[in-house]
Design a protein around this ligand. Structure first.
Ligand code: SF4
Ligand code: SF4
Length: 382
């Protein structure tokens, strides 16, 4: 039997990069049996935790790039191991030492984030083009909330409608808000989870400076990824704001009678819990309350809902990486929604919408299943 010596230098590097949590693992394997990858292929997070613990990291192993940071394993781990932090710390080391080994699409997103403040290759000067033909204006500061659309609705033609619908509803509900315009940068969440803490820090600093200059007190975010970052990461960097996800604001407006519906939306809707709204932040009820309040709408949960929701596959920087046909979690979710007789698969995250849209197109289900944001369904009923 070959005896393998732990690589102390590598172990120290993983510790320094934030992966110290590996020491708590007792190799029960529950993370592996919880991981959604094992519904489509083999992936063993417990093996990677073990490799990290002994510093035996193979820099060329594609597994380091697979985790979507869905938090399923973390929420079930009996030892409370911050599994995604361990995997993220190895990603950081891989980027530092073998940048060329990172998936090409991820490197390209990082280049665009560094140059233009968004991962989609769009120009910074075009960031607020989605507001053309609307009366959404830049924030004036003081008592206005900041509406943060996220890069994806800002640059993706389909997703732009989500931001515009949100803007129109907020105005109808009497919310005074503005946008930051071209000064706004990506929140940095996904690039951080992809292991690039430097780009994250630079994006976060730029946003915090711009928010403070604009005297922002409250932020309303469309993306659960922006929401979690502003709420949980920016405060320790000096950016303290009141942060709400759009569905939380809509829930409040509806329950206080500030938004009244005039139309019925007679559709069977299945709601998908985005990982960063649900498992990461416990926001399960508000989007359901909003959907349930829409006249005529028949709401159902997915087969695996709330804490057990299956990830769409877009977190942890995976939204920028290619996932092979037959291995996309979003394909499973779309097929399940069709089986349930849904006419609409609704969610509250731009990444989920992008992935579901692709799955619907690949499965040629365009006429059968619509993918919509909660805000778009609300707007239909106004
Ligand atoms: S579930 Fe937790 S303790 Fe068990 S193998 Fe995974 S990381 Fe280790
Ligand atoms: S966070 Fe999700 S994708 Fe990543 S290892 Fe855990 S269960 Fe798997």
């Amino acid at each position: 039997m070959e005896i393998v010596e732990p690589l102390e230098e590598a172990i120290d590097m993983i510790r320094e990069a934030g992966g110290d949590a590996f020491k708590l693992c007792f190799q029960c394997g529950l993370c592996t049996s919880s991981c959604p990858w094992n519904t489509v292929r083999t992936f063993m997070p417990h093996r990677m935790i073990c490799e990290s613990r002994y510093g035996l990291v193979d820099l060329e192993d594609e597994w380091w790039w697979m985790c979507t940071t869905c938090n399923q394993c973390v929420s079930r781990c009996p030892r409370g191991v911050a599994i995604t932090d361990v995997l993220g710390s190895v990603r950081k080391i891989l980027l530092d030492f073998e940048y060329r080994m990172a998936p090409a699409s991820l490197r390209s997103a990082m280049g665009s984030l560094t140059g233009e403040g968004n991962p989609w290759g769009g120009k910074r000067r075009n960031r607020s083009d989605w507001t053309k033909d609307t009366d959404i204006r830049e924030i004036k500061g003081g008592n206005e909330a900041l509406y943060f659309s996220c890069c994806t609705p800002a640059y993706d033609t389909r997703l732009g409608n989500v931001a515009r619908a949100t803007g129109r509803i907020l105005k109808k509900g009497g919310i005074r808000f503005g946008i930051l315009g071209n000064l706004e940068s990506c929140c940095g969440e996904s690039v951080k989870k992809a292991g690039n803490g430097e780009v994250f820090a630079s994006l976060a600093k730029s946003n915090i400076d711009a928010f403070q200059k604009a005297k922002v007190k409250e932020i309303i975010a469309t993306s659960p990824h922006c929401y979690t970052t502003f709420k949980n990461d920016y405060p320790e960097m000096g950016g303290i704001f009141e942060v709400n996800h759009v569905t939380q604001v809509l829930d409040r407006l509806i329950s206080r009678g500030k938004i009244e519906f005039t139309q019925e939306v007679n559709k069977k809707v299945v709601y998908h819990d985005p990982c960063y709204l649900g498992r990461h932040n416990g926001v399960y009820d508000e989007p359901r309350n909003v959907l349930q309040s829409i006249p005529g709408l028949e709401l159902a949960d997915e087969l695996n809902a709330r804490e057990n929701s299956l990830c769409c596959g877009g977190g942890g920087g995976r939204i920028w990486m290619e996932t092979l046909k037959g291995e996309r979690f979003s394909d499973i979710l779309v097929a399940q929604a069709v089986q349930q007789g849904a006419e609409v698969l609704a969610t509250a995250c731009p990444y989920c919408i992008l992935n579901f849209k692709d799955s619907v197109a690949t499965a040629e289900l365009d006429g059968e299943l619509k993918i919509m944001d909660v805000s778009e369904l609300v707007e239909m009923a106004l």
